[in-house]
Design a binder for this molecule. Structure first.
Ligand code: OOG
Length: 262
């Protein structure tokens, strides 16, 4: 039984209302086992168009499941991408409100700021570095709309890859001046070390991850746009975020980024 496009709107409503009311919902594939990964990307794109029609602005793209550890943990063996829009942008000096989220987790990432459009099925990591103005430290708050934060590949893609909020730190450096693979990262929660990682955890090199994303976007005739922010994927596992928590991720030469949850 194939899923017809009209049903996408109903499913988007389920996810949008879960997000709005901060209530988790059953996985879409439980009721619609025939959903394909193509359906999921189409639904994701339709949900983002809806957010844009309602006033949000596109800010960029995010990658997920870029580390082997995370792919194994989730039983999903491919990276995924979703979109960042303006109502996801959080600021370091303003607490992120726990009551606007369902069951948030936070993870450290390297952000790329694009100085030009980048698209095509054969884009390489070198092309990514050339098209990037700065890289910066970032934190992403993920908040799956699904019960118990559990999902299949199809479910998580439809859910815009669990995207909820993100923060960018204030150290911005030109990508050609750093070796992104060897950047070390320590993330602490309330002053105690919570996770550690390195740039190489992200598909071998965060720039490779962004190149993978551009090639994948090309399958939908899409690409990165000048001014986009790209979150290239987590350098370590995500940790639960609770009210009162202060998280800080330090990336050596790339500086630090912090988040307080209120
Ligand atoms: C999916 C998104 C994970 C990452 O960087 O791996 C992600 C999830 O685990 O909810 O953004």
């Amino acid at each position: 039984m194939t899923v017809v496009r009209e049903q996408f709107l109903e499913m988007i409503d389920v996810l949008a209302s879960a997000e709005r009311t901060c209530r988790e919902v059953p996985r879409l594939t439980e009721q619609h086992p025939a959903l394909t990964i193509q359906d999921a990307y189409a639904m994701q794109s339709q949900w983002i168009q809806q957010k844009i029609q309602q006033g949000a602005r596109r800010l960029g793209v995010k990658l997920g499941l870029t580390s082997q550890a995370k792919q194994q943990m989730m039983g999903i063996h491919e990276a995924i991408y979703g979109y960042l829009v303006s109502d996801m942008l959080a600021l370091e000096w303003e607490p992120v409100s726990r009551s606007t989220l369902i069951h948030p987790k936070i993870e450290p990432e390297i952000a790329f700021m694009m100085k030009e459009d980048l698209a095509g099925a054969s884009v390489t990591a070198e092309d990514v570095i050339r098209a990037t103005s700065y890289v910066a430290p970032a934190l992403e708050i993920i908040d799956s709309r699904y019960q118990d934060f559990k999902f299949t590949h199809v479910d998580v893609v439809a859910d815009n890859c669990s995207s909820a909020r993100f923060l960018i730190g204030s150290t911005w450096i030109e990508p050609s001046t750093v070796d992104l693979k060897s950047i070390g990262m320590v993330m602490s929660k309330n002053g105690a070390v919570a996770t550690t990682g390195a740039g190489a955890a992200v598909l071998g090199d965060p720039a490779e991850a962004v190149a993978w994303c551009v090639r994948k976007l090309a399958q939908q005739n899409e690409g990165l746009k000048k001014g986009d922010i790209v979150l290239s994927g987590a350098l370590s596992e995500a940790i639960p975020l609770n009210a009162g928590d202060t998280i800080q991720a330090s990336f050596g030469i790339l500086g630090t980024v912090s988040c307080h949850c209120g």
